[in-house]
Design a protein around this ligand. Structure first.
Ligand code: MSP
Length: 506
């Protein structure tokens, strides 16, 4: 079955940060998880290249718009490649293919009589690229997200009426309880739908915003950034020109941060409904990464975590694992270089040490070959069966945010179980007693086999580490499938003691 997973597309007014890295890693983990289950996934991510925010950054730079956007977009793309992200399509809203579909959709909605022109006076927050009501602002009259007072703007614009669709959307949310997950965000959307919805301003005059898709029915205007950006999810599938569109869209999953709940769960489903398309199948919403101690991350506070710095210091897999393991479901989560180092040491002590100890023992006392499982007892088999059952259970769950967290937790648990087993069976003592040769071999076999299961289960989270673990066990062409049948490691296979999986860092 083909699934379609998307991330938000990122603005280019800054460099990619840990929040962007997280959502994109999450999508990759979900893709690999599904592939392990035998499902094929089409994964898209990319950059949002229009609007006033990007326009200001271009104006402040010495580059042409085209060069600026290319350079900044490449920063994201290159980071995602470095993070091991296997995206199938990289969106750039400046691509003509995308712009064409935005214009087709606008024309369609316009022809259906759903767009009206009127003059409007309002408060505009450039950070959100949205008009704000007084009730949206904090006690200082500022946007609560951007801490800046919105500008009073008066202009003629085109509007799309949302209110006629409000009851339909409320009913849809209530009749599709797993549409928005976790549930608290669905409740938040229902809260937003309690009062009538304002008309959505879908244009910006070119005199103010020149970076955008020109309206097909008025060349003095460009399209509102959100109306343009949301369309990426279907322009990627070549909507309107792809006979298989509906089949793929039926299985689509959006990943978003909580900051963009309203555009994704109010504007977007209504836009789609107006076009006669169903909403996305699932919208998975995650919280924010904040600094250690619960402070917002910012360059001025010096607590911003740069993903490139983390990769250079701790490697890609430790970052991937930390972010998936530590994102809480209901709220925000903390990250700092120190916390990431703690996460790294936990992996080193748990999985790294286990691998090194058992491999060195196999090298030293068993001629570097997987020993015989013949003398395995009930305790040995129980360890492998328990680990196998735990991983099979996780891999049989639906793919969502809870499952990815559960996957990370199950890896740590299996590592703890195997470490405890290894310590309790004292193979280093058994090794010295020729009468215990069979038991010694069985304990080492069991540990190596547990390591194989752990390595395999880790694949979506830490693909490079999985490859190293499986190669160290002499498995040359591993098959990344969620098959946790035990006793697959073949006696006599040559193991390889390589470098530590998570070498010591200061
Ligand atoms: N361009 C819009 C999205 C359009 S999608 C059709 C946008 N871009 S953004 O660059 O501001 O990135 C937003 C997304 O980045 C968030 O929804 C979230 O996925 C991620 N994050 C940005 N900061 C974040 C944190 N501090 N923590 C976690 N993720 C956050 O909005």
């Amino acid at each position: 079955m083909e699934k379609y997973i998307t991330t938000p597309i990122y603005y280019l007014n800054g460099l990619p940060h840990i929040g962007h890295a997280y959502t994109t890693i999450l999508g990759d983990v979900m893709k690999k998880f599904e592939q392990m289950r035998g499902n094929s996934v089409y994964y898209s991510t990319g950059t949002d290249e229009h609007g006033q925010k990007n326009q200001h950054s271009i104006e402040e730079s010495s580059l042409s718009a085209e060069d600026f956007l290319k350079e900044r977009s490449d920063n994201f793309k290159n980071l995602f490649v470095d993070l091991g992200i296997d995206f199938d399509y990289f969106v750039r809203t400046s691509k003509p293919e995308h712009k064409k579909i935005v214009r087709e959709i606008l024309q369609d909605i316009y022809d259906r009589g759903l767009i009206v022109k009127k003059s409007y006076e309002g408060l505009y927050c450039e950070g959100c690229e949205q008009f704000k009501k007084k009730s949206d602002l904090d006690e200082n009259g500022c946007c609560p997200d951007h801490k800046v007072a919105p500008k009073a703007i008066s202009e003629e614009n085109y509007f799309f009426k949302l209110e006629p669709y409000r009851q339909w959307l409320i009913d849809y949310i209530k009749s599709h309880p797993d549409w928005i997950e976790p549930q608290n965000y669905a409740n938040e959307v229902l809260g937003m739908l309690k009062s009538p919805l304002d008309d959505l301003c879908i244009s910006r005059p070119k005199s103010r915003v020149w970076l955008g898709v020109e309206l097909p029915f008025d060349s003095d205007y460009v399209t509102y950034i959100w109306f343009d950006a949301l369309v990426n999810y279907i322009s990627t599938l070549n909507f309107g020109h792809n006979p298989d569109f509906n089949k793929i869209w039926e299985n689509s999953h959006h990943l978003i941060g909580k900051d963009i709940l309203k555009p994704h769960c109010i504007y977007w489903p209504i836009m789609l409904h107006a076009l006669g398309i169903n909403p996305v199948k699932h919208c998975f919403v995650h919280g924010y990464w904040i600094g250690e101690g619960g402070v917002k991350m910012s360059k001025s506070l010096g607590n911003a975590v740069d993903p490139v710095e983390v990769i250079n210091m701790l490697g890609v897999d430790a970052l991937r694992f930390y972010l998936i393991n530590n994102m809480t479901l209901s709220g925000d989560s903390q990250v700092s270089i120190d916390l990431l180092k703690q996460g790294y040491r936990m992996l080193a002590n748990n999985i790294g040490n286990l691998q090194m100890r058992v491999l060195k023992m196999t090298q030293k006392s068993l001629e570097g070959k997987v020993p015989s499982p013949l003398a395995m007892n009930d305790g040995d088999k129980k360890l492998l069966n328990d680990i196998s059952a735990m991983f099979s259970r996780v891999y049989s769950r639906d793919m969502d945010l809870e499952t990815t967290g559960e996957l990370a937790a199950s890896i740590i648990k299996a590592g703890d179980m195997t470490n405890a087993y290894f310590a309790a069976n004292e193979p280093w003592v058994l090794a010295k007693n020729p009468d215990q040769r069979g038991r010694f071999e069985a304990v080492v076999y069991t540990t190596l086999e547990a390591l194989r299961l752990i390595g395999l289960a880790m694949y979506p989270l830490t693909p490079a580490t999985t490859a190293k673990i499986l190669q160290s066990l002499g498995i040359e062409s591993p098959v990344f499938k969620a098959d946790f049948t035990i006793m697959k490691l073949k006696e006599g296979t040559l193991i390889k003691v390589g470098d530590p999986l998570f070498p010591f860092v200061e």
